[in-house]
Write a new protein. Structure first.
Length: 165
């Protein structure tokens, strides 16, 4: 009788321990979520130097602006500031043809938790589309992704400010 009680208690404890374990998911670099307009990106990974380190960290280089053509209608990419939000950093890179926004890539966004990835996989494409449609950072936040939307708008505005000079 005594042996049955000990065996049952050990089995119950083992089952509880197994059920309390959570599988760990590999947290590799977040893929860049792009607008798909003009660049054909959206499934690559962000591995550039302005992606690996926040721009507001001490001693870090300023975000870059690259120009791929010359003249007033030049196509160029301008990275915005990395904005720290409650759930993680957000940084965008804007592709401009002259002063027109042709594409927006989100190179840094919260993705450490499964819920972050769920929310951002639907919210960021909406924000990209809205930014291209509005041709400015004056866009509405996405319901359910308020903090990420706020960080997106602030990073987008810093990129547009940097592009103007």
């Amino acid at each position: 009788m005594r042996r049955a009680v000990v065996t049952s208690a050990a089995t119950a404890a083992g089952v509880v321990l197994l059920l309390s374990l959570k599988p760990h998911e590999a947290a590799g670099p977040a893929p860049v979520i792009g607008s798909g307009a003009g660049t054909g990106s959206g499934s690559g990974s962000g591995t550039g130097s302005d992606v690996s380190q926040p721009s507001n960290a001490p001693g870090s280089p300023a975000p870059s602006a690259s120009v791929s053509a010359t003249g007033t209608g030049a196509t160029r990419k301008v990275s915005g500031d990395t904005v720290n939000t409650r759930y993680g950093p957000v940084q965008v890179q804007v592709t401009l043809a002259g002063s027109r926004i042709t594409a927006v890539d989100v190179v840094k966004y919260p993705n450490s938790e499964r819920r972050d990835r769920e929310i951002n996989s639907s919210a960021l494409p909406v924000l990209n589309h809205e930014a291209i449609s509005a041709q400015s950072a004056a866009i509405d936040v996405v319901s359910g992704a308020t903090y990420t939307s706020d960080g997106y708008v602030r990073s987008l505005q810093s990129a547009l400010d940097r592009a103007k000079g």
